[in-house]
Write a protein that binds this ligand. Structure first.
Ligand SMILES: NC(=O)c1ccc[n+]([C@@H]2O[C@H](COP(=O)([O-])OP(=O)(O)OC[C@H]3O[C@@H](n4cnc5c(N)ncnc54)[C@H](O)[C@@H]3O)[C@@H](O)[C@H]2O)c1
Length: 519
């Protein structure tokens, strides 16, 4: 299906933050844009905001001054709804209020041509419900831009219950023609990105509640080891802790309190105490004048051990072994089954060394180190967390079993430090920090595909281009191994005894069949 022809007029209703940005995008693509707002002066303020943004582009030599005039001339003011009659596409970006949106759409239906498309930029309201109030619901869809609209590439193109396929196709093609990365999805609470992203915040908030580590350390692990652009607490502060809380609640309510989406108490307490994030001067971090950003906890430099044992088929973490071997420390690999039977003395004997290794390192699998060590009785167990790239990661989280002595942990730290890796020691939480987050993001992604909200390529694209994830969660899960990801989730579900961590049936099925989401 072809994109909306450049000659067609686009109307934008609501000239606030989003409306002005969307008007700029449509005008930059060559359309005549009619900007409408119910508040006097709002359209002029919207045009000014566009002009100021463009002036900054000219300053930075990213746009020619004469192109600014051409673009601004395309954005005209509409004083009355009736003036939108000639628009082939109306994009609504008024207040997030269902009654107001329904009233506007009903008024638009009386004005525009029968084949005009009516789109809403709502972040959370049901497209099906907005369309349900109209004579022709098939022409209504969501066109969800992210803020700032001229910069953010992701656009969720959202089908309501009765949206015509041709309308979806036209909007997909049009958003592409406007230089965006559109993703097709169904109208469900949180749509696609905001639904799939829930555990990025949820797992962090739970870790904080459970004292796994502190805020800057958790953020540093997710940023430096897992490769996310920002840590969850930094992002919560940026977005607004109250805004994120409202989305979490809306999704939780809409799914009839499915524990998957359960909010965490600590977030409510932050709001009750007035800490809303950057906008209130304090959130998880302190933004008041003179406040210093706290440093993540990094283990002090320790002596590397003479030798070390690495347990199990490391799979996704295999690249860590040559990196550790380069330190000159004698690295011994043992299989899972062998670990249960080898004790420190036997290993020392095998090495012919006077001092046997004090510890074994293993990748977390969703169980605690303490539970694993209790069940296999082997050497002191130190678990490491997920990293995006073990060959290059600058940081890695470690956790020790309760039964393991402190000097075992110090030796493990010394080994990683010798390989140029900063170590954050965290509590022995199941699935640690990065691993459980990524496993849950993959789980939510698989659920979204299973529920027909989007396809796998769409989910991965949305999370990469819209949320700056270093990899699409499903592609990441495939790289880790779907069987491994399901094992991590099963271990989390068993350890917590909570339905929150139940593995998506589709993820389980793909893991069982050896299939892939992308093939
Ligand atoms: N701000 C964001 O980060 C963001 C991101 C994505 C989507 N959204 C969604 O976009 C929409 C607009 O958000 P915003 O942040 O631009 O809001 P905003 O408050 O900046 O602007 C809303 C504008 O709509 C006008 N308006 C209100 N009722 C109207 C009506 N009945 N008819 C015409 N104009 C009306 C207001 O006068 C105001 O100028 C909301 O649905 C919001 O959920 C916002």
């Amino acid at each position: 299906m072809a994109a909306l022809a450049k000659e067609k007029t686009v109307a934008v209703a609501g000239a606030g933050t989003m409306g002005a940005g969307i008007a700029q995008v449509a005008a930059a693509a060559g359309h005549r844009v009619l900007l409408f707002d119910s508040q006097p002066g709002a359209v002029e303020r919207g045009r000014m905001a566009v002009a100021e943004g463009l002036a900054r582009l000219v300053e930075r030599k990213r746009m020619a001054a004469e192109d600014v005039d051409i673009l601004m001339a395309r954005i005209r003011s509409a004083g009355q709804i009736a003036e939108l009659a000639g628009a082939a596409l109306v994009i609504e970006a008024i207040a997030e209020d269902m009654a107001a949106k329904k009233a506007l759409f009903r008024a638009l239906e009386d004005v525009v041509a029968p084949d005009a498309i009516l789109a809403s930029n709502t972040s959370s309201l049901s497209i099906t419900e907005i369309a349900g109030a109209l004579r022709h619901p098939e022409r209504v869809a969501g066109l969800h831009f992210f803020n700032p609209a001229p910069i953010m590439p992701l656009v969720e193109v959202i089908a309501g219950f009765g949206t015509a396929a041709s309308v979806m196709d036209t909007l997909m093609a049009t958003a592409s023609a406007w230089g965006k990365k559109p993703v097709r999805c169904a109208s469900t609470p949180g749509f696609l990105g905001n639904r799939v992203a829930r555990p990025f915040y949820g797992e962090a908030l739970r870790a904080l509640e459970e004292g796994v580590t502190d805020v800057p350390t958790y953020d540093a692990i997710l940023r430096e080891a897992a490769g996310f652009r920002m840590g969850p607490f930094e992002l919560l502060d940026l977005v607004g802790i109250d805004i994120n809380w409202a989305v979490t609640h809306a999704v939780h309510d809409a799914y009839f309190h499915d524990p998957r989406f359960k909010p965490f108490r600590i977030q409510g307490e932050m709001i009750a105490s007035g800490r809303l994030g950057r906008k209130s001067g304090r959130g998880f971090y302190d933004y008041r004048a003179g406040a210093e950003k706290p440093m993540p906890r990094t283990a002090p430099r320790a002596e590397p051990p003479a030798n070390a044992t690495i347990e199990g088929d490391l799979g996704p973490a295999a690249a860590l072994v040559p990196r550790l071997a380069k330190t000159g420390v004698l690295i011994r690999r043992i299989a899972n089954s062998a670990a249960a039977t080898l004790d420190a003395r036997e290993i020392a004997h095998l090495h012919g060394a006077i001092l046997g290794p004090k510890f074994r390192l293993a990748l977390s699998d969703g169980r605690t180190a303490t539970e694993r060590m209790a069940s296999d009785g082997g050497l002191a167990l130190i678990l490491f967390d997920l990293a995006l790239d073990y060959a290059a990661t600058p940081r890695l989280a470690l956790a020790k079993a309760d039964q393991a002595a402190g000097d075992a942990l110090a030796e493990a730290c010394g080994l990683l430090q010798e390989a140029g890796i900063a170590v954050s020691v965290i509590d022995d939480a199941p699935g640690m920090a990065a691993l459980r987050t990524v496993a849950m993001l993959a789980n939510f992604s698989a659920d979204a595909v299973h529920a027909g909200i989007a396809d796998a390529a769409g989910v991965d694209l949305a999370m990469q281009v819209g949320f700056n994830y270093p990899r699409g969660p499903l592609a990441w899960a495939e790289q880790l191994g779907l069987v491994f990801v399901v094992r991590v989730l099963d271990n989390l579900a068993r350890t917590y005894g909570e339905d929150r961590y139940r593995a998506s049936p589709l993820l389980r099925r793909k893991a069982a069949s050896g299939g892939s989401f992308h093939g």
